[in-house]
Design a binder for this molecule. Structure first.
Ligand code: BDR
Ligand code: CA
Length: 307
C-alpha cells in the first residue's frame, strides 16, 4: 500500500479525489492537510474532517495556510464550489477536530518518520508544500513522490488565459515547489480537462455507494451546473481525482521530463512554462481519459464497502 497525504482545499473535485483515495485498496490515506483556495482554510479543514469521517477514516487533518506567501488573497470561487465548498449543501458538521500541528509541520514530521515511503498529493494552492520545504528541507529527499494537480503547460489556463487556479493562487509557492528538486509529477489542465463525468455517472455512483457516492452526487449537482452554464457542457472536469489516479494507475499517463518555470507577476502570473534550466519534473501531457474516468467510477463505487 502507498502511504498518502492529500493536501487539499475541499472543494467538490477535492471531495471526489479524497473519497477515491479512501476507497482504493492500494492506497493508505494517512492524513489530510488543508489550505485556502476553493474556500477559506477554516472551511477547508471542516470539510476535510467531514470527508475523512464520511469515509470512515480516523486520520489526522492538519490545517495549513490561510493566504498565499506574497500575493493578496484572491476571491474564493463560490460560483464553482459553493460558499461552503460542497455546492448547495449546507455546512458540513464533522464530529472531530483538527490535529494541533500546522500542516507544514505535519507534512515534515510524517515524511521524516518514514523516509522514502510517503507520497504527497497536492490538489490545492501549493503554500503548505512551500512552507514544509522552508521548515525542513530534508523533506525533499525523504518524500517518495509529490504529485501536484496544477498548471497548464501546453494549453490555456482556467482562471486567466495562461494560468491554472492552484498555481495562480500562489505563484511564489508554486515556483518553490516545482524548483525543489524532489521527485515531482505535474498533473495539469493539459490532461485533467479531458476527464469528464456526467450527471448519469454520479447517479450511478449514488446507486453503487449510497453514503459516499450519494454525497458526491448531491455535491456534484452545483459543479455540473457551473460546467453547463459556463462551458455549455454536459459533464464536469475531474481535475483533482485525476491526480490521485496518476498515483494508482501511472500507466494511463504519458509524461515528459523537463524543467518548469512559473511566471510570478503581471498578466501571465501563475503561468507554468517549459524552462531550459532547473530541476526536472515529470509533466503529464497525454492520458487515457476514458480509462481514468472508468477507474474513478469503479473504485469510488466501492467506497461504502471500504468504510
Ligand atoms: C483546481 O482548482 C480548484 O478549483 C480545483 O479544486 C482544482 O484543484 C483546478 O484548476
Ligand atoms: Ca482542489
Amino acid at each position: 500500500m502507498i502511504p498518502l497525504i492529500i493536501d487539499t482545499d475541499p472543494g467538490i473535485d477535492d471531495a471526489m479525489a479524497i473519497l477515491y483515495a479512501a476507497a482504493h485498496p492500494g492506497l493508505d490515506l494517512i492524513g489530510l492537510t488543508t489550505v485556502f483556495g476553493n474556500v477559506p482554510v477554516a472551511t477547508a479543514t471542516r470539510n476535510a474532517l467531514f470527508l475523512a469521517e464520511l469515509a470512515g477514516l480516523a486520520i489526522p487533518v492538519a490545517e495549513g495556510a490561510a493566504a498565499p506567501l506574497v500575493r493578496p488573497l484572491a476571491p474564493y470561487p463560490d460560483f464553482i464550489h459553493g460558499a461552503e465548498g460542497f455546492g448547495d449543501l449546507p455546512p458540513a458538521r464533522p464530529a472531530g477536530r483538527a490535529d494541533p500541528r500546522p500542516a507544514a509541520r505535519f507534512l515534515c514530521e510524517t515524511v521524516a518518520a518514514r523516509p522514502g515511503a510517503v507520497t504527497i498529493c497536492a490538489i490545492g494552492p501549493l503554500t503548505n508544500l512551500a512552507a514544509a520545504l522552508a521548515l525542513d528541507p530534508s523533506i525533499a529527499r525523504n518524500v517518495a513522490r509529490v504529485v501536484v494537480m496544477g498548471g497548464a503547460v501546453a494549453c490555456p489556463g482556467n482562471v486567466t488565459p495562461r494560468a491554472e487556479a492552484n498555481i495562480f493562487s500562489d505563484p511564489q509557492a508554486a515556483a518553490a515547489v516545482l524548483g525543489a528538486g524532489w521527485p515531482l509529477t505535474l498533473v495539469g489542465l493539459d490532461v485533467t480537462r479531458q476527464v469528464i463525468c456526467t450527471e448519469e455517472d454520479f447517479a450511478g455512483l449514488a446507486r453503487a455507494a449510497p453514503v459516499t457516492g450519494g454525497f458526491l452526487e448531491r455535491a456534484a449537482r452545483f459543479y455540473l451546473r457551473f460546467h453547463r452554464e459556463r462551458h455549455g457542457r454536459d459533464g464536469c472536469t475531474m481535475h483533482d481525482p485525476t491526480a490521485v489516479i496518476e498515483i494508482t494507475d501511472p500507466g494511463l499517463f504519458e509524461t515528459r521530463e523537463t524543467a518548469l518555470a512559473v511566471t510570478l507577476e503581471g498578466r501571465a502570473a501563475g503561468r507554468t512554462r517549459l524552462a531550459s534550466a532547473g530541476p526536472a519534473v515529470r509533466v503529464c501531457l497525454v492520458l487515457d481519459a476514458g480509462a481514468v474516468r472508468a477507474r474513478f467510477l469503479a473504485v469510488t463505487g466501492k467506497a461504502d464497502a471500504a468504510r
